[in-house]
Design a protein around this ligand. Structure first.
Ligand code: DLL
Length: 433
């Protein structure tokens, strides 16, 4: 279902007219209210009146995560604190968190975009949403929560963790929509099995999974194990939270970007040059309606490409292809670029292998060593050592063949790789470089 038929199906020309008007207003506002942006624009020799067309956006400088850190915590806010009604933060693995703020209108916009996202996955009033994204500074929990309420659905604010209790609630409350990270979805299926509950007997019809990269093969695995239709949702705190882009249940082929609120570009991560539709590069977003925390040409480090083809669902907004990794999670193993998602695709093609894996990188005698730890199912694990060795060799051979990198494969016992309630940790890099 399309939640906002008028805005989600706007013809290109009308959409671009709205984008331009909103962009100009945003640029004027940040120039007047955020010293960081005024200084950056002045250094680049651009004033708000230079933004006459959408292409002029390319004249503006990029904004980096480091800029947000340098202005920690509230230095990039474009409204007085009196008008900020919510604060979130993204943890990040190093350094200070990134802090973001919302006005009442920002929360309303976000709720609308999340209502659109839930509807795109197949939810409507009358659905019960089991929301296992974490509540707190992380944007997942509250983002979905407000969207569910806006849609008029019933939301169970279960948050992450306490997995056995989640299964009990699923059995008793009969939720129809599941929202959590894809890795936690698989964990839920696993724990359900342990306590004798089959997802087949639950009432779920769709799941909305995101906050971390996952492959097409992983989607199939989730759909098979959880007996629901799985769609991908993308977002990041700096730009909004979840709801920046979402797949439609009809096509499940790329995520529609909420283009009436954000302008997306794909750029070459090194040269900064804007790339044409279809080419892979780094996603860059400019918010055009946010009040408290507007971002101009924000470098996400996420790798994707844009697809302007019309979609069978009728939405006119451009689609981004699934994020295959981040410019900073690319591993360089003896000179070969490898993304965890590529290894995932290879693993998921092999029978007997479970969707739980971790990549460990070490350096010995100046040589990079990649070890792929992957779980096997109970059945395979009880096989003879020889059978396991054959499986290890096969995985190793496929990785070499598809990715051109040598990896040591270590099959590990079922359930021995740490499960996460939120984002899974796929890489342990022990190299001190
Ligand atoms: O993860 C917001 C979110 C919550 C999105 C719930 C979807 C669902 P952050 O914690 O700021 O915000 O992390 C943002 O997570 O830059 C991507 O690298 C990654 N990411 C988010 N969604 C996807 C996705 C939330 N669907 C960072 N596929 C982003 C791949 C994703 N990566």
């Amino acid at each position: 279902m399309i939640y906002n038929i008028e805005f989600e199906t706007l013809p290109r020309e009308a959409l671009e007219a709205i984008q331009l008007r909103r962009l100009q207003a945003t640029i004027e506002r940040v120039y007047a209210t955020v010293p960081f942006y005024r200084k950056k624009f002045q250094e680049a020799g651009v004033t708000p009146s230079d933004i006459k067309t959408l292409n002029d956006l390319q004249r503006l400088p990029f904004t980096y995560k480091q800029d947000l850190r340098d202005n920690y915590p509230f230095g990039m806010f474009a409204v007085p604190m009196d008008n900020v009604v919510r604060i979130h933060a993204s943890s990040g693995t190093t350094g200070k968190p990134t802090v973001v703020g919302y006005t009442a209108r920002d929360i309303s916009t976000w709720s609308e975009l999340m209502a659109r996202a839930l509807a795109a996955a197949g939810a409507s009033r009358g659905d019960i949403i089991h929301n296992a994204y974490g509540y707190g500074l992380f944007t997942g929990g509250l983002g979905v929560h407000y969207g569910a309420e806006r849609l008029g659905a019933s939301v169970i604010p279960i948050s992450g963790g306490n997995t056995k209790r989640q299964i009990l609630i699923m059995k008793d409350f009969g939720p129809t929509i599941l929202t959590c990270t894809p890795s936690y979805a698989l964990h839920l299926a696993e724990v359900a099995g342990e306590v004798g509950v089959d997802f087949k007997d639950l009432r779920f019809k769709a799941g909305i999974f995101g906050a971390e990269p996952w492959s097409e093969e992983m989607r199939q695995e989730i759909e098979r194990k959880l007996h629901l239709s799985a769609v991908d949702i993308y977002g990041l705190s700096e730009v909004l939270g979840p709801g920046v882009a979402v797949e439609c249940a009809e096509a499940k082929k790329g995520l529609h970007i909420a283009e009436d609120h954000f302008i997306a570009e794909v750029i070459h991560p090194e040269t900064g040059e804007t790339l044409p539709y279809g080419e892979k590069g780094e996603l860059v977003f400019t918010s055009i309606t946010k009040e408290a925390f507007p971002v101009i040409r924000y470098r996400t480090r996420d790798i994707s490409s844009l697809n302007p083809e019309p979609c069978i669902c009728g939405r006119s907004h451009v689609r981004m292809n699934r994020v295959t990794g981040r410019t900073d999670d690319m591993l360089i193993i003896r000179g070969v670029n490898v993304f965890p998602s590529q290894i995932e695709s290879v693993l998921m093609e092999i029978e007997g292998v479970e969707p739980h894996y971790q990549l460990v990188v070490d350096r010995e005698d100046n040589l990079d060593l990649l070890t792929v730890m992957v779980e096997v199912g109970e059945d395979a694990f009880s096989d003879e050592v020889r059978v396991l060795q054959v499986l290890e060799k096969k995985i190793s051979k496929n990785i070499k063949e598809y990715l051109g990198v040598s990896a040591k494969v270590k099959l590990v016992e079922p359930k021995s790789i740490a499960r996460s309630e939120g984002k899974a940790q796929r890489v342990i890099d022990n190299r001190k470089i």
